[in-house]
Design a protein around this ligand. Sequence first.
Ligand SMILES: CC(C)(COP(=O)(O)OP(=O)(O)OC[C@H]1O[C@@H](n2cnc3c(N)ncnc32)[C@H](O)[C@@H]1OP(=O)(O)O)[C@@H](O)C(=O)NCCC(=O)NCCS
Length: 153
Amino acid sequence: MMAHSGIRKMTVADAAIVHSIDKSVTIEPWTERLYVECIGVGYECWVIVEEQEVIGFGVMNYSTSEAHILNIAVTPSKQREGQGERMLQHLLNLARQHGSDEIFLEVRVSNTPAIELYKKYSFVEVGMRKNYYPLEDGGPGREDALTLALSLW
Ligand SMILES: CC(C)(COP(=O)(O)OP(=O)(O)OC[C@H]1O[C@@H](n2cnc3c(N)ncnc32)[C@H](O)[C@@H]1OP(=O)(O)O)[C@@H](O)C(=O)NCCC(=O)NCCS
């Protein structure tokens, strides 16, 4: 039987589990406090919940006519079940309702799952930020980021 899942607003009480999911998918997770601050300043902070357990999250903010996806992640054991896509659709809907013209994000050049997800939704590459992220294997050097964008018109 399919587990019951949905998307709801992130609360301060979710920050610890959100941080631990973030920590499980990247070497450079945001701190718990940063998630609390994002909630406090009114960013779009949402969680994916399955059987009352937080299994993923998404964070987005707005600036002038643009929206920026700051983070989307799904806990490793729940990946490839359509949940990341579900969160992306949710954020795109919110940005459209907000009246944003365009939505932007940065992604590691090596992050094939995320790049494929965004390409599935017709995001296009609009720039490259050199040496933007630390290496995932903790080695010396830095990794480039792609800037992807989608027109919401
Ligand atoms: C990127 C991420 C959020 C995708 O979430 P997910 O729930 O596993 O993805 P979904 O099951 O919704 O997949 C949706 C689409 O993404 C792409 N995709 C997801 N995982 C993929 C993989 N391992 N390889 C290739 N494409 C992949 C596919 O296009 C897929 O569509 P399809 O099922 O029709 O092939 C997830 O891999 C994750 O949490 N990664 C770590 C955090 C991260 O890198 N976030 C992005 C920051 S910019």
